[in-house]
Design a protein around this ligand. Structure first.
Ligand SMILES: CC(C)(COP(=O)(O)OP(=O)(O)OC[C@H]1O[C@@H](n2cnc3c(N)ncnc32)[C@H](O)[C@@H]1OP(=O)(O)O)[C@@H](O)C(=O)NCCC(=O)NCCS
Length: 197
């Protein structure tokens, strides 16, 4: 059965009414942003981003923009990586197929990856400054790869003229929130998913 679902910010004036109507909070998520305004913090931010990339390269990984020829590796990494990830109705990750990847360039999506030899171990995907998703192979997490692919993607976008970045995720996903904060994002929005049992 398809449940009626509402996704709204915790400041939304409709929230009390929905709760009064019997809706319950079934998920919490966040929105974060990072704006590069050319101020005093900009040089430090760029240095931090380059540092994430340099330290991944220093540990022997290759960091580069991905291309259509990487589609099978992206599909395989995506397929093995989401089973243990908390989700909400607002943050569902649709599995990525190789055919999807071939369509990314046309849709303005760019992907940056980390490779250990021939093996793709991490990827960050986004359109302009909007982060779509980041994923690191389950056995490679906690080594700085997530932060490095996000940084590589951001540096690519900055080089293309982008100055405003957004990201989002499930509140229960501590790894994702920790990584996005480590990179320099600030959480600006909290969202609630409501359903009526
Ligand atoms: C989220 C994810 C991409 C992070 O990648 P990662 O390579 O494990 O993260 P990093 O090693 O680069 O960690 C960067 C920072 O994140 C934070 N972090 C990492 N693991 C964490 C954990 N288990 N709990 C809390 N914070 C954590 C830390 O601040 C860390 O910086 P530090 O090591 O200097 O303290 C990875 O865990 C993953 O693929 N998860 C499944 C998919 C997913 O949830 N994607 C995000 C939703 S789009």
């Amino acid at each position: 059965m398809l449940l009626e679902t509402h996704v709204l910010q915790d400041t939304d004036p409709d929230l009390p009414g929905l709760l009064g109507d019997g809706f319950e909070v079934v998920g919490e998520s966040w929105g974060a942003e990072l704006v590069i305004d050319g101020g005093a913090d900009t040089a430090a931010l760029l240095e931090r981003l380059r540092g994430f990339v340099a330290s991944a390269r220093g540990s022997g990984l290759e960091l580069r923009e991905l291309a259509p020829r990487d589609a099978p590796a992206i599909e395989a990494l995506d397929a093995e990586s989401w089973a243990d990830v908390p989700t909400t109705p607002a943050t569902v990750h649709a599995p990525v197929s190789a055919a999807d990847v071939h369509d990314w360039a046309r849709r303005g999506r760019r992907a940056f990856g980390a490779l250990d030899g021939d093996r793709l171990v991490g990827v960050c995907v986004g359109s302009a400054g909007d982060n779509d998703f980041v994923v690191v192979a389950p056995d490679q997490r906690g080594r700085g790869i997530g932060a490095a692919v996000v940084a590589a993607w951001m540096l690519g976008a900055i080089a293309a003229g982008e100055r405003a970045f957004t990201a989002g995720g499930a509140s229960q996903n501590a790894r994702s929130l920790g990584m996005i904060r480590a990179v320099g994002f600030r959480v600006t929005e909290r969202w609630l998913s409501l359903q009526r049992p």
